[in-house]
Design a binder for this molecule. Structure first.
Ligand code: BES
Ligand code: ZN
Length: 901
């Protein structure tokens, strides 16, 4: 188990039924006009318990839309919009009511017509609890084709969902507004009334009426543009048949690059004015990955153009709207010369990921949110393939091990869930965007790909996409496509990974010199519960060292255990060779010893990563003595792989969270002992010909030595070199700058705080801005940390970032109690202010509150406030915290002795 979970994903929580189907009365008097009363009230994260009836969140299927003609007129100055939509639909069964989704909209008229029939006017009732609107017609509507016309109005909200408002300061210092959309999972209904479920695919023909000085972008090319008075009417081409959550429109003073053509597709990057210099890298990976995917999928890009837009306020990382992908700035705009390896990798990942969705997600879409993994796991898997093909030297699949470990960390909890999991309420759909959907999903796809072979896997994917293009699909459809190409029973192999929670721990044990016993059991951290009976079909690859020679064994472990015959003369063996299996391994004595004695350098880096990661996880689970783990870490002084170090350093940080000040000097000395040799060897300056990964490693080791190791010499150098960097930025390798900033904040006083605050405000790149912003959470002085916290709710820090800053202070051992008090005190305000995803992420920070007293208080708070974060999110955070505190209770008494070096 590593630190506050996962670099980018939301964990999910308690499967209560949230916000539910209340006895909210329908509008008392059915009227065709519903007043738009002030700002819409956001559903908050406090649950109102209620008894669900059958699926109040789904729409009936007897009326099916196929085309939306949508006309919207946003007024950026007053933050309002008005709209008109004509929906062509088919009525399959005579009815006098139509139910569709709408939320926080004032619908002022609803009529239905068809040629040669008198139009019928409906009364409109909004059902806020289920986010639907009910149209009641004065007489039955006969089966057949109809056109439904709705006029409506709404507010450009500031919650970064639906049709929302983003602001920025332009080059002249004036505040400018952008209107943008974010519809996934269920927020198209906030912008226009619609059948807002992924399998109601339709064609969208959008027209935007905007100020003539502004620019509008939507999913397709502009079909026509005309200006009248101060207004510009921009009509866009029809989209392909697609889901509502993929519709997008962006309006504002934004600028694009010149198009780059990938075949017939013009590709452009968009940003607020003045950021052109930051577009090169994003364009490169966008073009390269688009081309890669066309080849891999064997299907041309399904849109008519591709725009990638950086939006100053953006809740998640990016969104795969067909042809108009939106990003937060840090995920798209970067300066190749000053970006660290990690920052560049992030941009490449996100761009490749969203491009991958143009097929997986946009062309073929999951039928319902329970199958979200079909979108997200695939896009994550494809992101790795594309980035790996683009920059093989980045070793993307090796670094992916860090993501796989984040999935293990959550999936080892009892409160985990299967990858595919029932979803009803919108809140539960949102909670599906977590490390299980993304990282576990991508890991099991990778395992399958390696098992059936990359070419067979690709052909199966092509078959799946061809079969379901412009439609929807379920997990079984994927198995059918893959199985038909692989000629293997894919469901038997895969269902256990998709429909069961958790993952196996494989124990490898020598029964005799010539017999290896492999057994599987579900991995869990807390072992009091009865052992699980679950089994998986596990593709296992074993490497045998026979003297100086190597040999491999492959098998599919389907039973609880199996005995494998070994040839004579095996001196060491390694289970999960190649490292792509989604299981942990315990090499029992003497196997682990043999591996170490044989030389860890003989293992591939990803295998060493797994060895350490598995050892650490089994230590936290109480299956390996802590002393043994700490001893093992001493074997890695020669280690120069960035990922292996990531897991080592994560485990040291974990210890830092559970100790008291009394143990801290011992931990610092321990960290110095482990890290110093590598730092000495690598030096402070990059060497000619060195890889990007090594440069990144240098930065991480320096950061660890300066902070966790509290090493004065490192701190002094960091201060000196930072000063040099500020006067001559080009003189220092970018990869060490984050470490310097972190160390200086750790040591910093009020003057340094001012300085970093200033850099945050005047940063030249989104990455630099982010770095200085987060540094404000790394100081130790409570007065300074309090200032940081108050800036998260007073408007100084964008709400896209604020929850992450709170979470970072929760993760700062010098600030966590302060931050926790702040969260308790200001919960209601945060609930109102922050995007829901952000709030959920912020709560993830509680896993760092690793003392028994804090844990009690945390439980008390969430229970008494009836907080529900959707799905099982909260339950998972709390269990993660429980595991950490249990570890503390078990290990703390003897920890100081164990840390002696
Ligand atoms: N479809 C998601 C965007 C999204 C995330 C919508 C959460 C609604 C809720 C998009 O494709 C995505 O996965 N974005 C990631 C970045 C990606 C590189 C993993 C994100 O926003 O973190
Ligand atoms: Zn995605």
């Amino acid at each position: 188990m590593s630190g506050p979970v996962g670099r980018r994903r939301l964990l999910r929580c308690l499967a209560q039924w949230a916000c539910a189907f209340l006895a909210v009365p329908l509008a008392q008097r059915p009227t065709s006009i519903l007043a738009a009363a002030g700002r819409p009230k956001e559903e908050d994260m406090t649950s109102e318990s209620a008894i669900p009836t059958i699926d109040p969140y789904r729409l009936p299927r007897h009326v099916v839309p196929h085309r939306y003609e949508l006309r919207l007129e946003p007024d950026l100055a007053s933050a309002r919009f008005s709209g008109l939509v004509t929906i062509s639909l088919t009525v399959h069964q005579v009815t006098d009511t139509i139910l569709l989704n709408a939320l926080d909209l004032a619908i002022s008229s609803a009529t239905i017509d068809r040629p040669n029939t008198q139009p019928l006017t409906a009364t409109v009732e909004m059902e806020a609890a289920t986010q639907r609107c009910r149209l009641s017609f004065p007489q039955p509507i006969a089966p057949g084709g109809w056109r439904l016309h709705l006029t409506f109005a709404g507010i450009l909200n500031d919650k970064l969902r639906g049709f929302y408002r983003s602001t920025y300061t332009d080059l002249a210092g004036a505040t400018q507004t952008i209107a943008a959309t974010q519809f996934e999972a269920t927020d198209a209904r906030r912008a226009f009334p619609c059948w807002d479920e992924p399998d109601f695919k339709a064609v969208f023909a959008t027209t935007l009426v905007i100020d003539r000085a502004l620019t509008a972008v939507s999913n397709t090319r502009i079909a026509s543009e005309s200006v009248e008075g101060g207004k510009k009417t921009v009509r866009f081409e029809d989209t392909m048949k697609m889901s509502t959550y993929l519709v997008a429109f962006i309006v504002g003073r934004i600028e694009s690059t010149a198009p780059v053509f990938v075949g017939p597709t013009p590709l452009r990057l968009w940003a607020v004015p003045g950021k052109h210099a930051l577009t090169r890298f994003g364009l490169d990976i966008a073009a390269a990955s688009l081309k890669f995917f066309e080849d891999y999928y064997g299907i041309p890009y399904p849109g008519d153009k591709l725009d990638l837009l950086a939006i100053p306020d953006f809740a998640s990382g990016a969104m795969e709207n067909l042809g108009a992908i939106t990003f937060r700035e840090t995920a798209l705009l970067v300066d190749e010369r000053t970006g660290t390896h990690g920052e560049l990798e992030r941009v490449a990942d996100v761009v490749a990921h969203e491009n991958a969705h143009m097929w997986f997600g946009d062309l073929v879409t999951m039928s319902w949110w329970n199958g979200l993994w079909l979108n997200e796991a695939f896009a994550t898997f494809m992101e790795m393939l594309a980035v790996d093909a683009w920059k093989p030297e980045w070793k993307r699949w090796e670094t992916f091990a860090v993501s796989r470990a984040a999935a293990f960390s959550l999936d080892g909890l009892h409160s985990t869930r299967p990858i595919e999991y029932p979803v009803r309420a919108p809140k539960d759909a949102e909670a599906m965007f977590d490390v299980l959907t993304y990282e576990k999903g991508a890991s099991v796809l990778r395992m399958l790909e390696q098992h059936i072979g990359p070419a067979v896997f690709r052909d199966g994917v092509r078959e799946y996409l061809r079969t379901h293009a412009y439609g929807n699909a379920d997990t079984k459809d994927l198995w059918i496509a893959l199985g038909s190409v692989a000629r293997q029973p894919v469901p038997e192999l895969m269902n256990g990974w998709i429909f069961q929670p958790g993952f196996p721990l494989v124990t490898a044990e020598l029964q005799s010199e010539r017999e290896l016993r492999l057994s599987q059991q579900r991995f869990t951290y807390v072992t009091q519960e009865p052992a699980s009976e679950q089994l998986w079909h596990i593709p296992i690859q074993i490497r045998l060292s026979i003297g100086g020679r190597e040999d491999y064994r492959r098998l599919l472990l389907t039973e609880r255990d199996v005995t494998v015959a070994l040839p004579a003369g095996v001196t060491a063996l390694f289970v999960n060779a190649g490292g792509q299996g989604f299981y942990r391994v315990r090499h029992r004595a003497p196997l682990l010893r043999q591996l170490i004695d044989g030389g860890l350098a003989r293992l591939a880096p990803i295998e060493r990563f797994n060895l350490v990661s598995d050892a650490w996880a089994t230590t936290v689970a109480g299956l390996m003595p802590l002393a043994e783990y700490l001893h093992l870490t001493a074997q890695f002084k020669e280690e120069r792989d960035k990922n292996v170090w990531t897991v080592l350093l994560d485990s040291f940080s974990f210890l830092n969270r559970i100790i008291t000040p009394a143990e801290r000097p011992a931990l610092e000395a321990f960290v110095r002992d482990r890290v110093e040799p590598a730092v000495k060897d690598l030096g402070w300056d990059p060497r000619p010909g060195e890889s990007d990964l090594t440069r990144q490693l240098r930065g991480e080791l320096l950061g660890a030595l300066g902070k966790l190791g509290n090493d004065p010499a490192t701190q002094r150098q960091a201060v000196d070199r930072y000063r040099r960097y500020r006067t001559d930025p080009a003189s220092v390798d970018p990869n060490v700058i984050p470490a310097f900033v972190k160390i200086l904040a750790y040591l910093g006083d009020a003057a340094r705080y001012e300085e970093f605050s200033q850099h945050y405000k005047t940063a030249a790149t989104p990455q630099e801005e982010r770095r200085y912003l987060f540094s404000l959470a790394s100081f130790r002085d409570p007065a300074l940390l309090s200032r940081t916290l108050s800036r998260t709710i007073n408007g100084e820090i964008r709400t896209q970032d604020a929850p992450f800053i709170v979470s970072a202070v929760l993760g700062n051992v010098y600030g966590r109690e302060l931050a926790w008090t702040f969260v308790k005190t200001n919960w209601d305000q945060m609930d109102r202010l922050f995007p829901k995803q952000g709030l959920r992420r912020m709560c993830g920070g509680i896993v760092a509150l690793a003392t028994p007293a804090l844990e009690r208080d945390v439980r008390e708070f969430f229970a008494s406030r009836h907080i529900d974060l959707g799905g099982k999110t909260l339950e998972q955070y709390l269990e993660h915290l429980r595991v950490t505190v249990a570890f503390r209770e078990r290990e703390l008494p003897t920890l100081k002795d164990r840390l002696k070096v």
